[in-house]
Design a protein around this ligand. Structure first.
Ligand SMILES: *Cc1c(COP(=O)(O)O)cnc(C)c1O
Length: 435
């Protein structure tokens, strides 16, 4: 391949050597238009792009950066760790410490297995569930995303929602046929499925706080019903806490709803910005995993000392500085500021929020609890908001279906900037849907 001249822009060079110029499709600005970001550096709650723009960041690397970018203590710990070796291919002390901390904090967890991404965590947890139960079917909910695992790329939320494909090419029908998809917020559908196929269901996987297709806050009764039915039929309940784990609090959504799953999946926050995932459960369930059991799972870089150090340091700081209480207060402030904006019927904005996770719902009426309750033209209004905010230096995710993230690096004044930007955009923009 011919090399582009030195004068070619980074965007041109990126597009030439990487599909869409990105390493993950959500980073491309397909849903909102324009060039995706190329970042030069980041610190606190701000990103600096290679074109010199400073952006107030509400994406936080899509969830991991609960302390903000380049937190000095995390950076220092990483420097020290790197000097002691970047990978051992053997167990290290910081890995044991992180495992102990996760097991101590999360309800019902005796053991965890570290992996390198959230996708690997859900994929391996479901293999374990199938191995432990000897059953084949997996149930997921429409709008929940569990990584790009073949048999879970069915009705899987934002990345796919914005691409307009209900499904991915390249997933054999035979794989998808082992997945049952149910609507969220619908106990009867769940009961009916268990009546029909309960003895074939290995696991029900759910984001207890679905945060990949808007923020679809569930009724506690619905989640409790999922727990009761899985127990009754001998299926394992898998909580995908890749976003919520250690973001909502030390016990994630399980603690918030007081529901203990059989298996839990983690990622994002527990890696402090480095590639980490984990899944865990009771000792008797985890005993099915190799080397103790016969469900195989492995990883060259699993439990990597740098990744473990970033994760452990992040969790220690959250605990030491009462991070979760601060995040909740910041979230409450955002909620209160948005609620007090003058109502513009032509451009409704309401906020779905839990802790430091938030989503702008651009419609009137109750907050949606399932994907089909989100207005179909949400993307049109969002595109307007997105670009207006970007022009004033505020970066939200480039899709109407992605949540926003607050971090301990944000303060009220940065939230004010966001809210002022939203107000400006919604009062100057044309009515949504009328374009
Ligand atoms: C991000 C995410 C995943 C996938 O994690 P990766 O590290 O991107 O593979 C899985 N489940 C949920 C709920 C997520 O938000």
């Amino acid at each position: 391949m011919t090399l582009l001249p030195q004068t070619a822009s980074l965007h041109e060079r990126a597009k030439r050597v990487m599909p869409g110029g990105v390493s993950s499709p959500v980073r491309a600005f397909r849903a909102v238009g324009g060039d995706s970001l190329i970042v030069e550096s980041a610190r606190g709650c701000r990103l600096i792009t290679t074109s010199g723009q400073t952006l107030l960041d509400f994406v936080g690397s899509w969830g991991p950066l609960v302390l903000g970018h380049a937190h000095p203590e995390v950076v220092e710990a990483l420097g020290n760790a790197a000097a002691r070796g970047t990978s051992y291919g053997a167990t290290c002390e910081v890995e044991i410490e992180l495992a102990e901390r996760i097991c101590r904090c999360y309800p019902g967890l005796d053991q965890v297995r570290f992996v390198s991404s959230g996708t690997e965590a859900t994929m391996s947890a479901l293999r374990l569930a199938r191995g432990a139960t000897g059953r084949e079917l997996v149930v997921k909910f429409s709008g929940c995303y569990h990584g790009h695992v073949d048999h879970l790329l069915v009705a899987a939320g934002s990345g796919l929602a914005t691409l307009g494909t209900a499904d991915s090419q390249g997933v054999p029908a035979a794989f998808a046929s082992l997945t049952r998809v149910l609507p969220l917020d619908d106990e009867q559908a769940l009961v009916d499925l268990f009546d029909r196929e309960g003895d074939r269901i290995a696991a029900v996987i759910i984001e207890p706080v679905p945060a990949n297709n808007g923020l679809l806050l569930q009724r506690p009764e619905f989640l409790q019903r999922v727990r009761r039915l899985t127990s009754k039929h001998g299926a394992l309940l898998v909580f995908d806490e890749v976003i919520t784990g250690f973001r909502l609090g030390p016990g994630g959504a399980a603690e918030r709803y007081d529901i203990t799953p059989d298996l839990a999946c983690f990622g994002k926050v527990i890696g402090g910005g480095l590639p980490v995932g984990a899944f865990g459960g009771r000792e008797d369930t985890m005993a099915h995993l190799a080397p103790d059991g016969d469900v195989y799972q492995a990883g060259t870089l699993s439990g990597n000392p740098l990744a473990m150090t970033a994760g452990l340091t992040t969790l220690e700081i959250l605990q030491r500085d009462s991070g979760w209480a601060t995040l909740e207060a910041l979230g409450a402030y955002l909620e209160q500021r948005i609620a007090s904006l003058p109502k513009n019927p032509a451009f409704p904005i309401s906020l779905a929020r839990v802790g430091s996770l938030f989503w702008l719902s651009l419609q009137t009426g109750p907050l949606p609890r399932r994907p089909d309750a989100i207005r179909e033209d949400a993307g049109t209004a969002y595109r307007l908001l997105f670009h207006s905010l970007l022009e004033s230096g505020v970066y939200l995710a480039p899709s109407a279906y992605e949540v926003g993230f607050l971090s301990l690096a944000h303060s009220r004044s940065e939230i004010d900037l966001l809210v002022e930007g939203l107000h400006r955009a919604s009062s100057s923009g044309p009515p949504c849907g009328d374009q």
